[in-house]
Ligand binder design. Sequence first.
Ligand SMILES: [Zn+2]
Length: 539
Amino acid sequence: MARLPEEFISQVKAANDIVDLFRAYADVQKRGRIYVCCCPFHSEKTPSCTIYPDNASFYCFGCHVGGDVIKFTMLTDNVNYIEAVKILAQRCGMALPAFSPQDRQESHFRDKCYEINRETANFYYQNLLHGSDKTGLRYLKTFQIRPETVKKYAVGYAPDDWQILHYHLRQKGYSDTEILASGVCMKNQNDKLYDTFRNRILFPVVDFRGNVTGFGAGAVSQAQPPEIYTGNTPVSHQNQTVFSLHIAKKEMISKTLILAENYFNAIAIYQAGFPNVIAVPDILTFYQIKAIRQYAEELIILSSPAMHCGEIQNIRNLCGQAGISLRIAPVQDAFDSAEFLKMHDTETFRNLLGNAGDAVQAVLQNSWEQFDAEQDKNQMIQESIEILSKLPPLEREVYMTETAQKLEIPVEMLQSQLDANYQPKKAYSNKSRSLSKEELSVLPKRNQKKINAEQQLLVYLVRYPEDISHIRKQLSPEKLVTDADRNLYQLICDNNGNLPEYPTELKKILLKYQDFDFNAQTAADCITVLNTTQKQVIL
Ligand SMILES: [Zn+2]
């Protein structure tokens, strides 16, 4: 991380009034010497966030987030420490001090990536409008995407060409290293660069400061694989990307956000008169939910029949953790929401959103629709059991009664089938236990380092279940040094992150690290620490 002089950081802190910063995000009220407001970082109706102007700090008694103006900016803008200081310095017109040569180089590299992304967005936008290949325009026309929408999102078209963008960027003076880092070109076996996106509609991802951080690229025919995205670059991380949030933030009038199936559908929904729409590149992550909950109290997901119930379950868990309510709008008799909007008018779509309902209900309903209620009752029961088995016990009971009514069978029958087929896995073996304070205090330092690493990795796995299979291949359970953590690791892996209930030990660990941001690099570091062989103390 770059180092900034302490004195400069103090000046930046002093120059930015913490109450002013909060005012952009919340309705701040004075209470004597302090100020209170509803917390910008979790959803609530009565204020539990307190601002202390005397020492320029804040603390939320609801979600226990707190800190100074820099921490505040890190959270609101989803940036690291240095970036937050830069934003605050810019905000009050302070020039940045001289950085070390390495820091200057890093910063220069990031700036170049932003420039290349902007240049790429513009190049493909011009190409869509004026290029000789009209495939992109024709495709947008079949979905009635209007010119003003194209302009608003700077939608572009990458022609069917391996070199055109690379050539253009080289002409503009960018080096292959810079171009490669930005993700818009890739390298072949002979070390030659080629364009990442070809014969695709391009959607630039824009952040709150108007920087282009990456791209989504939609197919123009059914024969192509669906939307693809730029991977991780110095200016963006796929796990943290929320498409169109900069527009939703400005234009939304309610506290509801709609999560579209992909970027293209988000644009179609925006055009239909719903600016409160967003999309994410892959499955929804903890980071994205954190960004979403700054603006929304409710999330509506548009689910196509193909949407996996595990995926919905994952979203439910994340929303539950973040305190956001969730509804599901099943898109029926259409492939997805863009096609739905092509077939129906805005009012029908508004009704679809209005009728969005409970997530579990939607999943159950979806699973039944493929069957004939008279002929396939047994399969319907099996499907329902599969879904019910993944719910926490209390919720399972509620839905079990409803399901039994819907399927017109006695609830006992459902219960006995559930018990027979899905013996809940023991949370972890009875032998396992956490270490007492005394035991912990005699552990050698190096083991403590491993314990920290394994606990951080557990938190990472809960937040990013999509990485479980990948990490499992790199770290065998024997490498974990405490029984308790090893059992948790196995439990999370075996269930692919879908735990009906978090064991108390895991809850404690999650709580301990709730304010820490972990990324793929953290996980990789933890794995390295755990895979390092050294004489371990057997516990
Ligand atoms: Zn809070």
